[in-house]
Design a protein around this ligand. Structure first.
Ligand code: DHK
Length: 147
């Protein structure tokens, strides 16, 4: 089977609130802005994007499992699940796809509980603190990894 020309963009809990949620931390751009930016960036390389945002861990896990069959890689901001979820980590491992982890804020400059990620050591690239631009960079890095 040929490699699919589709990426999965995963946004975790509370990221549906982008634009209104703590704008001093997460900025003024909305989730729709993030998704449009990712779609535009991927389209430059003729990749399409499937997007999922959920406040429910199982929905994200199901989407990651499904990506195994028809996506080439995953860009993920797991939100707070970054710091808590072995289940999400295991789903990413099960998908056997390259992963780029993105955080809008610089998690290392924030509370200590945000310093550990269950995803970073299984990600190809980790981008933190670049705001919405981090997603664009993350897509470009995923495309580089995919060759
Ligand atoms: C987003 C969240 O929702 C937080 O729980 C993480 C991350 C940081 C971000 O910076 O995008 O700790």
């Amino acid at each position: 089977m040929s490699t699919p020309t589709r990426l999965l963009l995963v946004n975790g809990p509370n990221l549906n609130m982008l634009g209104t949620r703590e704008p001093e931390v997460y900025g003024h751009d909305t989730l729709a802005d993030v998704e449009a930016l990712v779609e535009r960036t991927a389209a430059e390389a003729s990749y399409e994007v499937r997007t999922v945002q959920s406040n429910h861990e199982g929905v994200l896990i199901d989407a990651i499992h499904a990506a195994r069959d028809d996506c080439a890689g995953i860009v993920i901001n797991p939100g707070a699940l970054t710091h808590t979820s072995v289940a999400l980590r295991d789903a990413l491992l099960a998908a056997e796809l390259p992963v780029v982890e993105v955080h809008l804020s610089n998690v290392h400059r924030r509370e200590p509980f945000r310093h550990h990620s269950y995803v970073s050591d299984i990600a190809e690239v980790v981008v933190v603190g670049a705001g919405i631009d981090g997603y664009e960079f993350g897509v470009r890095q995923l495309l580089r990894v995919l060759g």
